[in-house]
Each structure stands twice: as C-alpha cells, then as structure tokens.
Design a protein around this ligand. Structure first.
Ligand SMILES: NC(=O)c1ccc[n+]([C@@H]2O[C@H](COP(=O)([O-])OP(=O)(O)OC[C@H]3O[C@@H](n4cnc5c(N)ncnc54)[C@H](OP(=O)(O)O)[C@@H]3O)[C@@H](O)[C@H]2O)c1
Length: 271
C-alpha cells in the first residue's frame, strides 16, 4: 500500500488508544503509527481498534500500518522479546508479536526505532538491519526504515545496506532547519521522510507573528500552517492529537495551499 500523506501517531495514549484510533480513522486518517514498546505505545489496543473498525467497514486493506522494533534501551520490563536472545531473534520475536497485537499478517512499514550507536552505526545496527531486510524479503513488511537517525548514519546505511531504507521518521526542529540534512538525503534517494513533534518541538514557530499572519490570510490556525508547510516541503507529518476537533483541523490542511514564498519563509524560520 502506498504511504498516505498524513499519519496518526499513537504514542502516550495509554488506555485511550483504542477509542482514539477509531475516532482518527472515522475522521479520515488512513495511516496509523505505533511501536512494540509498551513503555510509550499500546500496540495491542491499536489492534483492538482495528478489529472494531473492521466490523464498521474500515477494512485492514484500507489502512496503512506502521510499527517499530524498539531496542532494549528504549524498553521497560514489558519486553516483547527475549532479552537474552541474539538481536536478529529479538527483531523476529518483536515483529511476530506486532502481527499478533495488530491482528494482521503484514505491516506496511516497519522501522528500527533508533540506532544503537551514535554518531555512526555499529555492529548491533547492522545485525538488526539485516533482520529488517529479511522481514522485507519475506513480504511481511511493505517498507522498512529507520527512526531517530542522523544524516551520517543515514548516508552510511544507504551506502552499505543490502536493502536501502525506504522510510525515515525523525523529530523535526525548526531551529535545525527542520532536519534539513536528513531531508535532503531522503529527497535525493526517494526515501519517505516522516516528521514528528512538528508542533510540540516548535512552540515559538506556532506563536510566530508571521505564521499568525499566514494563518489569518488563509483563514486557518497557526498549527495548520505548520502541518501544511511540512507537507509542501515534502514531509509526511505525524500528529498525535487527542482531540476530535484537532483531528478535523489537522485533516483540514488538504483544503488550502501556502504560496511558494510562504513555504520559503517557513523553511528559513529559526523558531
Ligand atoms: N519515532 C519516535 O521516536 C517518535 C517519538 C515521538 C513521537 N513519535 C510519533 O509521532 C506521533 C506524534 O507525536 P508528536 O510529538 O508529533 O505529537 P504529540 O506530541 O502528540 O503532539 C501533538 C500536539 O499538538 C497538539 N495539536 C495537534 N493538532 C493541533 C491543532 N490542530 N491545534 C492545536 N494543537 C494541536 C496536540 O494537542 P491535542 O492533543 O490537545 O490536540 C498535542 O499537544 C506520536 O504519536 C508517535 O506516533 C515517534
């Protein structure tokens, strides 16, 4: 399935996850992001929502599902794999558990939640990536990718991996050029760039007087301007809103366009 241009994120929703995913899909979201990381995500409750939605005509085939393998350092005691197993086995166990949680036989996009090593990649990253490659080759994941990655790591992965990443998911700070270096590599390599925390990481952009002026011109609010900018700049934004009203507003970005000048201004805003 082709990646939709807007993704509903399910982090930190806890027991509200199932109801919020149903509300989001009914509001019009067709892509859901989660992770097999009980510390921050309730992947099993995403699965419950999908089952309920299926009975109301929102079939699995109409939705793009993305989940992640989270290394040990990002997990709490509720591990979805055997901590003593080798890394490839950990990925396989986590992936199989995601399929059970999400009540499906395939994932549209499967991500490594973050590299083990910084600022480059290390042996653990290569071992885990090869497990993702095998999952991709088994056709149980439509795309594979990596999150929380810097441009050096991404360039190395592209250069040395047997199967190159197809997706990147990063936090996007205006005062770092909205992750300009990573986005440039993605553009050149045809990799889908997903931006998260576009609103929460950039409160001063949301409050910027010129962003307010753009919002007034279009007749929307500043949050919508930021989300629309991200799309026009080539990103696939995530929103983690818990508000049905904000879901409608966020999806309202399809109803207007920013001018090229406004997009250029947003690109260069320092936040
Ligand atoms: N790969 C990673 O390591 C990683 C890390 C963090 C997040 N993520 C993913 O990204 C998703 C989104 O995270 P995020 O940090 O971007 O979102 P988030 O932290 O959930 O933030 C969205 C914020 O923006 C507000 N908001 C949304 N639409 C709005 C609107 N139209 N008007 C005013 N406020 C609005 C929300 O408030 P309301 O709830 O009141 O609407 C919420 O406070 C997560 O759920 C997760 O799936 C991935």
């Amino acid at each position: 399935m082709k990646m939709p241009s807007f993704i509903y994120g399910t982090a930190w929703k806890k027991e509200a996850t199932a109801a919020l995913v149903q509300t989001a899909v009914k509001a019009g979201f067709t892509a859901i992001d989660t992770a097999n990381q009980p510390k921050h995500y309730s992947e099993d409750l995403v699965g419950e929502a999908l089952a309920a939605l299926a009975t109301e005509g929102h079939s699995r085939d109409s939705l793009f599902l993305q989940t992640k393998f989270t290394p040990l350092g990002g997990q709490d005691s509720r591990l979805p794999y055997d901590a003593n197993a080798d890394l490839k086995t950990q990925v396989r166990q986590s992936f199989d558990s995601s399929l059970v949680h999400l009540k499906t036989d395939r994932i549209d996009s499967y991500l490594l939640h973050g590299p083990y090593s910084y600022p480059s990649l290390g042996a653990e990253d290569w071992e885990v990536w090869s497990a993702l490659e095998e999952i991709y080759e088994s056709k149980r994941a439509g795309m594979i990718g990596i999150s929380n990655v810097n441009h050096l790591q991404l360039a190395l992965l592209i250069e040395k991996a047997r199967i190159k990443p197809m997706v990147v998911q990063n936090r996007c700070f205006a005062n770092r050029g909205w992750d300009r270096n990573v986005r440039q590599i993605c553009r050149q390599q045809g990799i889908a760039y997903q931006g998260f925390s576009l609103l929460t990481a950039n409160p001063s952009v949301v409050r910027h007087p010129k962003v307010a002026a753009i919002a007034r011109r279009v007749g929307v609010n500043p949050e919508q301007v930021v989300l629309k900018f991200s799309m026009q700049a080539g990103m696939v934004p995530l929103t983690g809103t818990t508000s049905p009203w904000h879901m409608k507003e966020d999806l309202g970005v399809y109803k207007f366009e920013l001018t090229a000048e406004e997009v250029n201004f947003m690109e260069s805003i320092e936040g």
